[in-house]
Write a protein that binds this ligand. Structure first.
Ligand code: ATP
Ligand code: MG
Length: 331
């Protein structure tokens, strides 16, 4: 059984004057120990999806799904945990302990007036750890991310960006979760620190058999860390597959466009597909394929009918009317 099973997830933000349909019929399963990269341009719904797994969205948000199950390893609940049905109390048990998050820009999301040690203790507080365990866990997790134990007495402003980011990673891991949502965990860092932090995250993943949803708008980052890549466009997954398949033979015109943004010095640039225009307004209803207005191969059908995500081969799926697929659709 997969660790996470999401089927037909829809998320709508309700603001005073409009409703933004940020996630549209999204389906995905994550296996234990698997790293799935979630990529797509700004505003396509990546963080909204990530936060929905922890139910960390504004209260006015509408979430519905055919299925949103988390199958915890400790059998917290037979038959899995239905994320949408959890009470506030149950959610507190789920957060950090089963699913945790490294927030987008998390180095700025640490509380500026609390010492690092007490921020860890707060994260652990709800899970019934005693003081001794909390103290030892903080030490061992700071060590895991190569930080000195003494920084538990520091305030965030006393640390560099890379150190704060490592603190955020350690905090996400301190309650031994099974799934970590890493939302652009390295975006604000320079390339050398970024590489070091990615390596650290991957080493830790191996040690702890974590599953990771790695959110980024930089597809090139995923080549060395992801097992699978899911490409999101306007709230939906438009292509998903093993990292090698996706990098070698992307099929969706949007994925091809993203791939062609990766500079290659070793190979001939075979197919340069530029993505002109901008994504659709998610507050309106979208007729046909949301990518059609920007697509170089769109046909009349694309303008009127939304393509479904269908299996190409094995675990490779794509939603495009102009790609030959093997069989029926996935739900
Ligand atoms: N709290 C909110 N209230 C209303 N709309 C929101 C809210 N949060 C996000 N949105 C909208 O939902 C859509 C998806 O946003 P989201 O932050 O999930 O995108 P993203 O893919 O994470 O983008 P980025 O790469 O910039 O982080 C966007 O149109 C955004 O403006
Ligand atoms: Mg985001």
């Amino acid at each position: 059984m997969d660790l996470l099973e999401v089927s037909k997830l829809n998320i709508r933000y309700r603001t005073k004057d409009r409703t933004i349909h940020a996630v549209r019929d999204l389906s995905i399963s994550i296996k234990r120990g698997e790293v799935v990269g979630l990529v797509g341009e700004s505003g396509c719904g990546k963080s909204t999806f990530g936060m929905s797994l922890l139910r960390l969205l504004p209260v006015s948000t509408d979430i519905s799904a055919k299925k949103m199950m988390f199958n915890a390893g400790d059998g917290m609940q037979a038959g899995g945990i239905d994320i949408l049905e959890l009470s506030e109390k149950e959610l507190r048990r789920l957060r950090w302990k089963h699913i945790s998050v490294i927030f987008q820009g998390s180095m700025n999301s640490l509380n500026p007036v609390a010492r690092i040690g007490s921020q860890f203790a707060d994260a652990m507080f709800w899970h019934g750890f005693d003081d001794e365990t909390i103290k030892n866990s903080i030490s061992s997790h700071l060590e895991l991310v190569h930080l000195d134990d003494s920084i538990r007495k520091s305030y965030p402003h006393e640390l560099s960006g890379g150190m704060k980011q490592r603190v955020a990673i350690a905090m996400a891991l301190v309650c031994s979760p099974e799934l970590v949502i890493a939302d652009e965990p390295t975006t604000a860092l320079d390339v050398v620190v970024q590489r070091r932090i990615l390596k650290l995250l991957m080493d830790t993943k191996e040690k702890l058999n974590l599953s990771i949803i790695f959110i980024t708008h930089d597809i090139s980052l995923l080549a060395s860390i992801a097992d699978r890549v899911a490409v999101m466009y306007a709230g939906s997954i438009v292509e998903i597959g093993d990292v090698r398949t996706l990098f070698r033979s992307p099929l969706h015109p949007y994925t091809k466009g993203l791939m062609s943004t990766i500079p290659r010095v070793d190979e001939r640039q075979s197919e340069l597909v530029e993505i002109h225009g901008s994504p659709p307004d998610l507050s309106g209803s979208i007729r046909g394929c949301p990518f059609a207005p920007r697509c170089g191969i769109a046909t009349e059908l694309c303008a009127v009918e939304m393509p479904q995500l269908r299996v190409v081969e094995g675990r490779h799926m794509v939603s495009c009317h102009n790609v030959e697929v093997q069989d029926g659709k996935n739900d």
